[in-house]
Design a binder for this molecule. Structure first.
Ligand SMILES: Cc1cc2nc3c(=O)[nH]c(=O)nc-3n(C[C@H](O)[C@H](O)[C@H](O)COP(=O)(O)OP(=O)(O)OC[C@H]3O[C@@H](n4cnc5c(N)ncnc54)[C@H](O)[C@@H]3O)c2cc1C
Length: 391
């Protein structure tokens, strides 16, 4: 274990920052998190954590049991068409199978945050005061300020991905299942895009509904107004007006437009570098992907695990070299996820009636080829403990 790294400053107390801090604390390395928000945010609603994310939260952050107990565990998604036809299922992890041996968990982002930061390693500073540390980790998300420090004029502005995620929550009792054997969670693929519904609590009493809505980019205030006025939900609901299939119809008819939330999707291109001297980026600050793949948090957690391994396996103060190694290990993985996220985005996008006809046949063929169960291409094969650090 490294004896040279005494204190790590972490900018950003979202997902990557606290995961890294907990992971370091369990290995006796002190860190301080600087978070700009004074309180936990409810932005983003609920989040899916796949087996690779849970692996890190278990083996590194040590909070898996609490997270599993607070969220909804599942092993598969049902995949349906707009008329209720079942295409098949999408595997989401299985205990005791593959490298990770974990299910998936859907959990409120704010609950996840509470679990991860309740161990006393987080310090929030509102007054902007300075602290000295050995290294600084930029875990400050998509709109990172640390990225600007690392890249200077090369730092890209996040680009809008042409859609926002509109979502809300309802008691599960307000959803009408289409058949007796229908099981949540489910994706309904439609000409208007994908409609997702998934429980968010251990007993499955509350359902989240989520729609990817194609829209023009707006200013921060305009996004806020689109949400506050209920217009975001009205636009999303209008796209699904002619879909009578359950549970889409009952969920949307029961959804209160003014309570629906939205999240505008932004991403950044591949960065020329993630570090400069003693400063390194992780999570969305380093590689903010569009949300289509549902893997952003897992990538942030994997970053935290690999960085922890590097910091604890080397007795070095040559951080430039260490961060170079971190980048070399993580870049191919992120590149692959970026490709998967693009493919997933295309499958979930609005297609119109003609495009949908073609897509529907493609879905049928794809699921049939995979004998009804689609395996996630990456998840069973990535084990953070098996990753070779000597690249
Ligand atoms: C709608 C939506 C749904 C998603 N669903 C999923 C999903 O189901 N599964 C999944 O794996 N991923 C999902 N993602 C992606 C995932 O949320 C992100 O990849 C993940 O949150 C990245 O973690 P992070 O810690 O890098 O950044 P964040 O979680 O964004 O945290 C960054 C933190 O830094 C703070 N900060 C910002 N600037 C400063 C500053 N100057 N000083 C101090 N603090 C600062 C912010 O307040 C924030 O707390 C989704 C994303 C979106 C937009």
């Amino acid at each position: 274990m490294s004896t040279t790294t005494r204190h790590i400053l972490i900018i950003g107390g979202g997902l990557a920052g606290p995961c890294l801090a907990l992971s370091l604390a369990r290995r006796n390395i002190r860190s301080t998190i600087f978070e700009i928000r004074p309180t936990r945010s409810d932005m983003g609603g609920s989040i899916s954590l796949g087996p690779n994310a849970l692996q890190v939260l278990d083996r590194y952050a040590g909070v898996y049991d609490q997270i599993r107990a607070a969220g909804f565990s599942y092993h598969r998604f049902g995949a349906y068409a707009d008329d209720g036809e079942k295409f098949g299922e999408i595997a989401a992890g299985e205990e005791g199978k593959g490298a990770e041996g974990y299910p998936s968990v859907r959990i409120m982002r704010s609950t996840l945050h509470k679990r991860k930061t309740s161990k006393g390693v987080t310090a929030y500073f509102e007054d902007g005061s300075n602290a000295k540390g050995d290294i600084l980790i930029g875990a400050d998300g998509m709109h990172s300020k640390v990225r600007q420090h690392v890249l200077g004029s090369e730092a890209p502005t996040p680009t809008f991905d042409g859609m926002c995620i509109v979502y809300g929550f309802l008691p599960a009792s307000s959803a009408i299942p289409p058949s007796a054997d229908f099981a949540f969670p489910a994706f309904m693929f439609t000409p208007s895009g994908v409609f997702m519904t998934i429980p968010i609590d251990p007993e499955g009493k509350t359902l989240a509904w989520v729609i990817n809505q194609s829209v023009e980019e707006r200013s921060r205030d305009e996004w806020r107004e689109l949400e506050r006025s209920g217009e975001a939900a009205r636009l999303a609901k209008a796209d699904y007006d002619d879909i009578q299939t359950q549970p889409v119809r009952s969920l949307l008819d029961n959804a209160d437009e003014t309570k629906a939330r939205l999240w505008a999707a932004y991403s950044i291109p591949e960065l020329p570098k993630w570090h400069k001297s003693r400063v390194c980026l992780i999570g969305d600050a380093a590689h903010g992907l569009p949300p289509n793949g549902g893997q952003g948090s897992a990538m942030a957690f994997e970053d935290a695990a690999i960085l922890t391994r590097l910091l604890t396996s080397k007795d070095t103060t040559n951080y430039d070299q260490l961060f170079r190694q971190f980048e070399a290990i993580r870049r191919p993985r992120i590149k692959r996820l970026r490709q998967l996220s693009k493919a997933s985005g295309a499958a979930k996008a609005k297609s119109g009636r003609v495009g949908w006809y073609v897509k529907k046949w493609a879905f049928r063929a794809f699921f049939a080829w995979n004998r009804g169960v689609l395996q996630h291409a990456e998840q069973p094969t990535y084990d953070v403990d098996q990753v070779n650090l000597e690249v």
